[in-house]
Each structure stands twice: as structure tokens, then as C-alpha cells.
Design a protein around this ligand. Structure first.
Ligand SMILES: Nc1nc2c(ncn2[C@@H]2O[C@H](COP(=O)(O)OP(=O)(O)OP(=O)(O)O)[C@@H](O)[C@H]2O)c(=O)[nH]1
Ligand SMILES: [Mg+2]
Length: 308
């Protein structure tokens, strides 16, 4: 592993961070070693997931969050993840336009991630990229994803705090509800609060959430991201949730659950790799097409081979 790259990354040099993310996206050989070496430097950042339907105003909101945290001299990174796009690399065109205020700012890192090169799955690449950014010293790491599909849900599970951006247009909530994002969202941001229908949306939302019984750290806030109105409320809600995570021990528990599923995934990968030749062989020889029995045969043969 290129020690220079790791040193530069740990110093927070943007080019090194970009290079390291590419290694992760391409699942290059160096990935494992890279992740292992940076691991001791991770675990400090606040990871915020921002999701919502296309055009909800996520990037506009992120732009204001960036401004807010930069005024406080915090380092902020944004991963704009689009599971429907094959493109990775710099910032997406739309995001670049909205976030160009920060182009020359060394304390801001913006990167888009698509499916290209992410052989191991976009959510894994995203998870490792978050760790790289964490090790590089970014205080806040924002993951912006579009849509409400299964891959967005997986990606959002990487975050400590998940914010769902809605806007008064109808249909939005039902979609989010169906996709299961309501359950994992911690903060609900009604953006485009300058448009009509906000009261109704809030009522629907509170109805669905049974918000009267919802805890204090699960908030609904209103923003107008064309002007930045309400940004402070959004920041406050994110902050309160983060504090709750830390003081309640929920943060540890969430990270533990993430670790659990990740280790399981790695184990599955390892096991698959170990039995791949056996699988191939068994399937070719077999007239049998009972998957349960085939799996049993492969597993038993594997164990027998291991003992010998
Ligand atoms: N009226 C109004 N328009 C807004 C508001 N926030 C954002 N917009 C507009 O909504 C459009 C979409 O904003 P984006 O920030 O790109 O939304 P997004 O959710 O990031 O969109 P995708 O990344 O394409 O899913 C832009 O034309 C914004 O100017 C708002 O509070 N009020
Ligand atoms: Mg966007």
C-alpha cells in the first residue's frame, strides 16, 4: 500500500481523499489494506444521510448546511450518491451549479458516486468512502441520495442521522411510507415551505408519525432552500438528534448493528469464494435440482474437505 497516499489522506489532502475513494469504488487490490490502515482514525465524524424524491431540494438544502458549518470552521464532505446513474467522479452537474459557492473552499469536499465501478455494490463503496472521509478529518459527512428504492435505504443505513426531505406536492409521503424510509428517518424536513400545502403536508406527516407520541429528537422542520430560511432549525434538529444518539447509547448500538451486518456480508463473501469450485462442480454433476439438498451437499462436502 502506498504509504504516501495514506499519510496525505490522514492530513486531509483532497487529492489523496479522491484517489482513495476511487480505490474503494473500483475495489482495487489495495482496498483492504487501505481500509485496515485508516481504521484506527475513524469514528469521529457525524454522518448525516439526506434523502427524498427527485427535485425535493436536497442539494439546495445541503448548500445551506455547508455554509452554516463552514462559518463555524467545520470541515464538511458531501457524497452525492445516485444509484440510477452510472457516473462517478466530480460533482454532478446540477449539484455543481448549486454548490459552486464552495468550489475553492479547502474545508469542503464534494463527490458524486454512481454505480460505475462499484462492483461490490454502491452502499458498500459509500460506507467505505465515509470512513475515508472520517479519517481525513471531515467533521460532518453528508450523504445525499435521490429516490426511495432499496439501494437508497441500504445507503441511508450508513448514516447516524437520516433526514427525509419532503415538499408540498402530494404523493410524496405515501411513496416514502411504502419504501420504508419513514421508519428509518430521524428528521423530517418540509422543504419548499414557501409553496402552498405546507400545513396539510405537516398534518399528514404528523398523522403518519403519530408525532404527538414521537420523542423530542424526532423532529419535523420547515425550510425554504432557495433562500436558506429554516436552515438553523434543520441544523438544530440534526444537532439534537446527534446528542440524543450519543447520550442514549443509540449511536453505539447503531454502529454495532452496522458492524454486525457488514461482518456477516464479509463472511458470506469469504464462504462463497471458498465453496465456488465445489458449487460449480456439484451443479454440473447433479441431476438433482432441489436447492435445499444441493446446498446441504455442498456444505457437507466443504466441511469434510476441511477436516481432511
Ligand atoms: N420554491 C422553492 N423551490 C425550491 C426550494 N428548494 C429548492 N427549490 C428548487 O427546486 C429545484 C430542485 O432543487 P435541488 O436542490 O436540485 O433538489 P434535489 O432534491 O437535490 O434534486 P435531485 O438531486 O435532482 O434529486 C431547484 O430548481 C431549486 O431551486 C424551496 O424551498 N422553494
Ligand atoms: Mg441533488
Amino acid at each position: 500500500m502506498d504509504q504516501q497516499l495514506i499519510d496525505a489522506l490522514l492530513q486531509g489532502q483532497e487529492r489523496a481523499v479522491g484517489k482513495a475513494i476511487s480505490i474503494v469504488e473500483n475495489r482495487a487490490l489495495a482496498q483492504r489494506d487501505l481500509m485496515k490502515q485508516i481504521h484506527p482514525y475513524t469514528g469521529k465524524a457525524q454522518v448525516i444521510g439526506i434523502t427524498g424524491s427527485p427535485g425535493a431540494g436536497k442539494s439546495s438544502l445541503v448548500n445551506h448546511l455547508l455554509k452554516h458549518w463552514r462559518r463555524k470552521k467545520e470541515k464538511v464532505a458531501v457524497l452525492a450518491v445516485d444509484p440510477t446513474s452510472p457516473f462517478s467522479g466530480g460533482a454532478l452537474l446540477g449539484d455543481r451549479i448549486r454548490m459552486h459557492d464552495h468550489d475553492a473552499d479547502k474545508g469542503v469536499f464534494i463527490r458524486s458516486m454512481g454505480t460505475r465501478g462499484s462492483l461490490g455494490g454502491l452502499s458498500e463503496a459509500c460506507q467505505d468512502s465515509v470512513r475515508l472521509l472520517d479519517a481525513a478529518g471531515y467533521d460532518r459527512i453528508i450523504i445525499e441520495t435521490v429516490g426511495v428504492g432499496q439501494s437508497e435505504l441500504d445507503i441511508m443505513k450508513t448514516a447516524d442521522t437520516v433526514a427525509l426531505v419532503l415538499y408540498p406536492s402530494g404523493g410524496d409521503i405515501i411513496q416514502a411510507f411504502k419504501a420504508g424510509i419513514m421508519e428509518i428517518a430521524d428528521i423530517f424536513i418540509i422543504n419548499k415551505a414557501d409553496l402552498p400545502g405546507v400545513t396539510q403536508l405537516r398534518a399528514e406527516l404528523e398523522d403518519l408519525l403519530h408525532i404527538s407520541a414521537a420523542p423530542e429528537h424526532r423532529k419535523v422542520v420547515e425550510t425554504v432552500s432557495t433562500t436558506g430560511e429554516g436552515t438553523e432549525d434543520a441544523v438544530e434538529a440534526l444537532h439534537t438528534h446527534h446528542q440524543y444518539l450519543e447520550s442514549s447509547g443509540e449511536k453505539q448500538q447503531r454502529r454495532r448493528r452496522q458492524l454486525d451486518s457488514e461482518v456477516k456480508r464479509r463472511l458470506t463473501e469469504k464462504f462463497h469464494a471458498a465453496v465456488a469450485p465445489l458449487l460449480e462442480e456439484t451443479l454440473q454433476q447433479m441431476e438433482n435440482d432441489d436447492p435445499y439438498e444441493l446446498a446441504e451437499i455442498i456444505y457437507e462436502t466443504y466441511r469434510k474437505n476441511e477436516r481432511e
